[in-house]
Ligand binder design. Structure first.
Ligand SMILES: Cc1ncc(COP(=O)(O)O)c(C=O)c1O
Length: 419
């Protein structure tokens, strides 16, 4: 084997101090995507769903960018996420007192309004008093939840803002339609004692990413019936909401007063079978990249990585990309996950390890150096997309970005920031 050994080079643009990989998150793309979503649902408010660390993109920077982009609500699943979000946003509002954030400054003038935060997953016994003190909106799917919220309101002296959830056909959270009357009754009792305001009625769509499915229309009809039932019970919520990204982008009849997009906020299509990100006008916000730690020649027939599932077929160069399943790279990407190095589309060769993957650079790899940047996914044009990874791994783009581990530094950039 006579291939020369490439030498190392100076640090590249992806230089990081303690981890040779990073996820670069473009906050201007987040703002742009909010604009696309708002335009898709004119007349509706937008709740940016930022659960699971903003789908792996970094909770607080993304939440702030989403608000700057036009979201007036933020949504998270778990109470802990909501508390972290409120504390982080409040801390960033330097010089703004809690009273001012609540809507009225000490001198009586209008003041900065705190963004509304809805949280919808908690089990009995959760510290709901803390939720009320943090000015969170809470979801209730059953009478026990309303009763616990009311008890927390009594204990804290606050009135709770509650969104009643109806299961219109998702078959997950929410009161089934035949039990919605009981939920309304519990809410009406709490309203009567002044502990609860029913500010929302909501549900979630199961098949909005399948254009031909009749389920979306069926769920919308069940939702409309639940709204009428609430109206008859004297409950008139401030917001009715049903649509996530697919509903927002593909089903205008599901928009109501508020839409709750998640994946599209991050520039990823909720339905690659219907339209890709670019077709929808969305800009993927995250690029996962790493600096090569090893580049070396490998003769034809060299076995690669654990289990020797791959072998080089020619005299070639191989490179080590320092990202593995310990960083959230799915092991299912073994032998297939796409990787771009020096503008060339390659793929993972052999098994994904905990901390690294191997890429066969081919005989032309002679020009590649340690420290050069490999991109696993990014814009979906010159770089592979999260959808390419999802397809390679038999999963969805949601899982590709959300499972990215805490070990990978998130670097937030804002190329279109106003000076
Ligand atoms: C209740 C609820 N609303 C909205 C969303 C956002 O969904 P998507 O990411 O498909 O827009 C989710 C995410 O799963 C959700 O659970």
């Amino acid at each position: 084997m006579s291939l020369p050994v490439p030498s190392t080079t100076a640090p590249s643009a992806a230089d990081t101090v303690t981890h040779p990989a990073r996820a670069v998150v473009d906050l201007s793309a987040i703002r742009h995507n909010l604009g696309v979503l708002a335009a898709a649902a004119p007349g509706a408010q937008v709740m940016a769903v930022v659960k699971a660390d903003a789908y792996g993109h970094g909770l607080l920077p993304v939440a702030r960018a989403a608000l700057a982009g036009g979201a007036s609500w933020l949504g998270v699943a778990q109470l802990a996420e909501a508390l972290e979000l409120r504390a982080g946003l409040d801390a960033a509002s330097t010089g703004t007192s809690a009273a001012a954030l609540a809507g009225t400054a000490a001198d009586g003038t209008a003041a900065a309004v705190r963004p509304r935060i809805l949280t919808w997953l908690f089990a009995p016994g959760a510290p709901l008093g803390r939720a009320l003190e943090a000015d969170l909106d809470l979801s209730a799917s059953a009478p026990w939840a309303v009763e616990e919220i009311a008890a927390a309101a009594r204990a804290t002296g606050r009135t709770a803002r509650v969104h009643l959830k109806v299961d219109t056909g998702m078959g997950r959270g929410g009161a089934r339609p035949e039990a919605f009357g009981d939920l309304l009754d519990a809410a009406s009792r709490a309203r009567a004692e002044g502990t609860v305001d029913v500010v929302g009625i909501w549900s979630h769509l199961a098949c909005a990413d399948e254009p031909d499915s009749p389920v979306t229309a069926q769920q919308t009809a069940v939702f409309a019936a639940a709204l009428e039932q609430a109206e008859r019970a004297g409950v008139r919520p401030e917001v009715r909401h049903l649509a996530a990204s697919s509903g927002t982008l593909f089903h205008p009849s599901t928009h109501f007063d508020l839409v709750r997009p998640g994946i599209a906020v991050y520039g990823l299509t909720p339905a690659p079978g219907i339209a890709g990100s670019a077709q929808l006008g969305l800009r993927p916000a995250m690029r996962l990249e790493a600096r090569l730690t090893v580049v070396k020649p490998a003769p034809a027939g060299t076995p690669l990585s654990y289990g020797h599932t791959a072998r080089t077929t020619t005299d070639t160069y191989i490179a080590v990309v320092p990202l593995g399943y310990g960083d959230g790279v799915p092991r299912a990407a073994s032998d297939r996950g796409p990787v771009t190095v020096a503008g060339r589309r390659l793929h993972v060769a052999g098994r994904v390890c905990m901390d690294q993957v191997v890429v066969d650079l081919g005989p032309r790899g002679a020009g590649v150096r340690e420290g050069d940047v490999a991109v696993l996914f990014g814009d979906g044009a010159a770089e592979p997309s999260a959808d390419d990874w999802a397809e390679a791994c038999g999963t969805i783009n949601y899982e590709i970005v959300t499972r990215l581990g805490a070990r990978v530094p998130r670097v937030h950039v804002d190329p279109e920031a106003r000076p």
